[in-house]
Design a protein around this ligand. Structure first.
Ligand SMILES: C[S@@+](CC[C@H](N)C(=O)[O-])C[C@H]1O[C@@H](n2cnc3c(N)ncnc32)[C@H](O)[C@@H]1O
Length: 247
């Protein structure tokens, strides 16, 4: 069973994030509400959600703003689930698309969101990751209308071996500096650290539910992930920022 079909996983999202949006990253409801209040969305906007996963964050944004939202993801199964869930809503659409091919799109957007989705651009190969990130960010920036905004939730993962907390020192901050894009950012590090601890606790509390729905693999993988990030946080190697890049 996939994470987005699991009742137990939904319960963990609800407990930890304050809303069950089938989050696969660490975007909580308070963080989403910061994102929405810091950037002026309106119903005439066209929004792209890159790496939208189960599409429930895209749906939440559509419900809060009445804007038109397009979600893309490389995972065919998650996109077909998202399409089924949002059937009948003509202001949401989902497409299977690898963001590395986004430059072939002719559309323009007022806002482009990438919520915990830009870490996977080189199959987690650190040697090629940075160039791939730069190309993708440049391509996404090119799809913005004048005055549009790219909004990226970026956790500087222990994988990147971060040693500086400042937003300009993360892989994403360095990428923006090299591309010459001005930005502002909001530090969400305390929330990130709290997230992983709460996530671990919620998993432990709901272990029986995962087992009763025959979903022990999801439980084990999620717990392992939580422990990895908690260790990173304990070693001061986990930072999170929300970046806003205006065109
Ligand atoms: C950690 S999940 C985050 C999903 C969602 N944004 C959220 O916050 O719940 C990362 C998502 O990015 C998608 N993804 C990974 N590489 C991608 C790529 N090259 N193009 C498009 N989507 C990608 C994955 O399939 C996955 O759904």
């Amino acid at each position: 069973m996939k994470y987005y079909e699991s009742r137990a996983y939904g319960k963990v999202c609800e407990d930890v994030c304050g809303i069950d949006l089938k989050q696969r990253g660490t975007m909580t409801k308070p963080q989403l509400d910061i994102l929405l209040s810091e950037s002026n969305f309106n119903e005439s906007h066209s929004i792209l959600d890159v790496g939208c996963g189960a599409g429930q964050i895209a749906l939440y944004i559509n419900q809060q703003t009445c804007a038109k939202v397009t979600g893309i993801d490389v995972d065919e199964d998650v996109i077909s689930w998202a399409i089924g869930e949002c059937k009948g809503n003509d202001k949401i659409n989902f497409r299977v698309l690898d963001v590395r091919n986004i430059s072939k799109t002719n559309e323009k957007f007022h806002k482009i969101l990438a919520i915990d989705s830009l870490y996977f651009l080189s199959d987690m190969k650190i040697e090629t990751f940075f160039e791939s990130l730069k190309t993708t960010v440049k391509d996404l920036h090119g799809l913005l209308n004048d005055g549009g905004e790219l909004i990226v939730a970026w956790s500087e993962l222990p994988f990147f071996k971060p040693d500086r907390k400042e937003p300009e020192c993360t892989q994403f901050g360095i990428c923006l500096n090299e591309l010459g894009y001005a930005y502002r950012s909001i530090d969400l590090t305390d929330q990130e650290v709290a997230f992983w601890k709460a996530y671990r606790d919620a998993l432990l509390l709901n272990e029986k539910e995962f087992i009763s729905e025959d979903n022990k693999d999801l439980y084990d993988a999620s717990l392992k992930e939580a422990e990895f990030f908690i260790e990173g946080a304990d070693n001061d190697r986990l930072y999170r920022n929300l970046y806003f890049i205006k065109k």
